[in-house]
Ligand binder design. Structure first.
Ligand code: 0T9
Length: 385
């Protein structure tokens, strides 16, 4: 492990070995300090909108085909941020902070060049197992993305395999007043480079973007497959007869998701390109008076832990982390004593999702349904304006 500090080599080795025996949920495992990220998983949904103009552009599509293509382009353009940005900012993939139940993150991307204001709201709706629910809305463009994420991890041939559970639904309000809905499913991950102490993600298998009369399948391949390059993908957009897309032919694009791609069939020239800069979310307070952050808002809750990790003061980081975890355990105990259970501030959980079911059927997506976390439309005052 070249990337592992000498003093942490044996604890890294035992961490890697213990991965093989922990199956399902790695979030609460204790890892050596060098691999800790100061950022909580509740901040990750911001990756969906770090190119706000591509999100906004979905609303400009004049035909179902134009819109389905812009949804696909926006989706593929989020992958670089979702899966390689920690390598860029911190040198490798790192272990994110495991969110507390009810942890919140609010943020916004300001209006610029007519793209409209885009807002983000995230809540940790389950701790065991960890489940994060989120909504991203661009009101002026009639766009709303609602989704949730969970992970099931396993260990195979020296790599961590992460099956993502959850999905997102994008609703597009058309000028005519009618709505289009798109189901977005999530790729499987393989975390490689563990032995060297410099983990990185490769995407595997495939994921779907289904809606507006089209089924989009994105196939992921790493080194040694069709283009021989890491982070390769091939996306196929197929019109569904009788669903508005039938007038057009199949469209195929190929490339690497962390750089760019080109049309192979049904078009010419470049498709997506993420070699340019992205725009990080502006975190805003939502719970406290004015626009201050309340105690459950991620950057406030983890403030001292994050500071400790950033500054290499791991004693403080671990003391503060234990303090937060104990406090949360006490809250759950108090609730139990009072015959209460935690209720989500922003979402209502349902055992099935009609959009997932109907869109999923078109592409034969398994499982046949998933839970839904329905947003209660209760934006904090700081994002209501
Ligand atoms: C949803 C994303 C997800 C969350 C992270 C697997 C992972 C937790 C989940 C899937 C986002 O939209 C996209 C990106 C990165 C994913 C994380 C990468 C990662 O390593 C962690 C897991 C739980 C670990 O921390 C494993 C241990 C660690 C030492 C390896 C770096």
């Amino acid at each position: 492990g070249e990337a592992v500090p000498v003093a942490q080599r044996s604890s890294w080795t035992s961490f890697i070995k213990s991965l093989a025996s922990v199956s399902g949920d790695l979030s609460s495992m204790t890892a050596p300090p060098f691999i800790l990220s100061p950022v909580s998983l509740t901040e990750f949904p911001a990756y969906w909108c770090e190119r706000p103009e591509l999100f906004a552009a979905i609303a400009n599509g004049k035909t179902p085909e134009e819109r389905a293509l812009s949804v696909l382009k926006w989706f593929i353009s989020t992958l670089k941020g979702q899966y390689t940005s920690r390598n860029e900012s911190m040198g490798s993939e790192k272990k994110p902070l495991n969110p507390a139940l009810g942890e919140l993150f609010y943020g916004t991307w300001p209006d610029k060049n007519g793209r409209g204001k885009t807002d983000l709201l995230v809540e940790q709706v389950s701790h065991h197992p960890p489940i994060t629910a989120y909504v991203i809305k661009n009101e002026s463009k009639g766009l709303k993305l609602v989704g949730h994420n969970a992970q099931k991890t396993s260990f195979s041939a020296g790599s961590i395999i992460v099956k993502q559970i959850g999905h997102a639904v994008l609703t597009v309000k058309l000028p005519s007043g009618s709505e289009e809905q798109y189901l977005i499913t999530l790729p499987r991950l393989r975390i490689d480079g563990l032995w060297y102490g410099s983990p990185y993600i490769e995407l595997c298998d495939h994921s779907y973007v289904v809606g507006g009369g089209f089924v989009g399948v994105i196939e992921y391949k790493g080194k040694g497959y069709f283009s021989g390059k890491s982070h390769s993908f091939k996306a196929t957009l197929t019109p569904q007869p009788g669903m508005g897309g039938a007038a057009t032919k199949e469209i195929v694009v190929e490339g690497t998701w962390h750089t760019d791609s080109k049309y192979v069939t049904g078009g010419h020239g470049p498709f997506h390109d993420v070699t340019g800069p992205k725009e990080e979310v502006h975190a805003v307070g939502g719970e406290g008076p004015g626009s201050e952050m309340g105690e459950m808002e991620t950057r406030k809750l983890w403030e001292l832990v994050s500071k400790g990790i950033r500054e290499g003061d791991f004693d403080t980081a671990s003391k503060e982390k234990s303090r937060i975890e104990n406090e949360m355990r006490q809250r759950r105990k108090d609730e139990a004593t009072n015959g209460k259970t935690y209720t989500s501030k922003h979402f209502t959980q349902l055992a099935s999702d009609p959009v997932y079911e109907s869109m999923g059927k078109l592409a034969k997506i398994a499982p046949p349904t998933e839970d839904a976390y329905v947003f209660n439309e209760n934006w904090p005052a700081s994002l209501r304006a």
